[in-house]
Design a protein around this ligand. Structure first.
Ligand SMILES: Nc1ncnc2c1ncn2[C@@H]1O[C@H](COP(=O)(O)OP(=O)(O)OP(=O)(O)O)[C@@H](O)[C@H]1O
Ligand SMILES: [Mg+2]
Length: 221
């Protein structure tokens, strides 16, 4: 599903050069649930953002669904990302001025779907995460776990084949974290969604199919 070949990422400023990702090659199979662990600053988010086509590598090749995405134009990339990928971040990244249902509909605005279809799909996604009773709330009227569930609904509303999650349980207590984890496990099992999750939590990582450990930008296991 995803093939990374010798990916390198260097961040350059006037004074410093940081090698954030140092020659990573990784295959993620369709339907796999992969977790990524490693100390702070070892390149986990950078690697996830590269896999999610939010950031470009300095070197190396990325293939998603057997397509070499480095050849895509910006417009093709945006379209591909919107259709194939869903993102979940540690800090939710919701829009506070929009009600829950409108937050979840956002990814669909870039597609040719009707207002009715968008609403139905958003309602369905919110049902999946157990938030049918909060459609008209605003994000700041929700608990952390509920906000993260809204973010998951937004990530899955377009039925992406791949979900990329950067510490999705990092801001939650363990009970809420386990609930979020259950939702991800069910998406993977029932819908066959490929999931790549960065986590600091060994317990969460051990619930996934495979664990990759990074250190200083390189894969160690
Ligand atoms: N925009 C940037 N410019 C310069 N250096 C950066 C930039 N983004 C990240 N880095 C550097 O790249 C390295 C990897 O960062 P990254 O955010 O991928 O780490 P991480 O493993 O996700 O850490 P954490 O667990 O703290 O989230 C770090 O040393 C960081 O300082
Ligand atoms: Mg990070």
């Amino acid at each position: 599903m995803i093939r990374l070949q010798n990916i390198e990422k260097v961040y350059r400023t006037d004074t410093v050069e940081t090698l954030a990702v140092n020659g990573i090659s990784l295959d993620v199979a369709k339907g796999e649930f992969l977790s990524i662990m490693g100390p702070s600053g070892c390149g986990k988010s950078t690697l996830l953002n590269i896999m999610g086509l939010l950031d470009e590598p300095s070197k190396g090749i990325i293939r998603i669904d057997d397509q070499d995405v480095s050849k895509f134009s910006d417009q093709q990339l945006a379209k591909f990302r919107n259709k194939k990928l869903g993102f979940i971040f540690q800090s939710y990244h919701l829009i506070n001025d929009l009600q829950v249902i409108d937050n979840v509909e956002l990814p669909l605005l870039y597609r040719a779907s009707s207002a009715k279809e968008r609403k139905d799909l958003a309602t369905e996604a919110l049902e999946k995460v157990g938030l049918s009773n909060r459609l008209r709330h605003f994000p700041n009227q929700l608990s952390g776990g509920q906000r993260q569930r809204v973010a998951i609904a937004r990530a899955i509303v377009g039925k992406p084949q791949i979900i990329l999650a950067d510490e999705p349980t990092g801001n939650l207590d363990s009970a809420m974290g386990n609930e979020i984890m259950e939702i991800l496990i069910n998406l993977n099992k029932n819908d066959g969604t490929t999931i790549i999750m960065v986590t600091h939590d060994e317990n969460m990582a051990h619930k996934t199919h495979r664990l990759v450990r990074l250190f200083d930008g390189s894969q160690v296991v």
